[in-house]
Design a protein. Structure first.
Length: 74
């Protein structure tokens, strides 16, 4: 069952396109791009999620990431 977001697809795609454009402009290799995105994710969790909820949110994020990668080729 797909995850339903409270954000519209067009807004999500616009943000993703802008981020990917920045990485492409910098010619960031895959490992640097993933490291940077991971650091941004950590920053968002630390700055915007209460300490007592961070681990649960990080686990949920990780699970969703794994599911999206696993089901990408299906």
């Amino acid at each position: 069952m797909p995850i339903i977001s409270k954000y519209d697809v067009a807004r999500q795609e616009r943000l993703m396109d802008e981020i990917l454009e920045i990485l492409a402009k910098d010619e960031a290799p895959r490992d640097l791009a993933l490291m940077t995105l991971g650091n941004v994710t950590t920053h968002i969790l630390n700055a915007h999620v209460p300490a007592e909820k961070r681990e649960a949110v990080a686990r949920q994020f990780g699970q969703i990431l794994l599911q999206s990668v696993t089901h990408q080729d299906s």
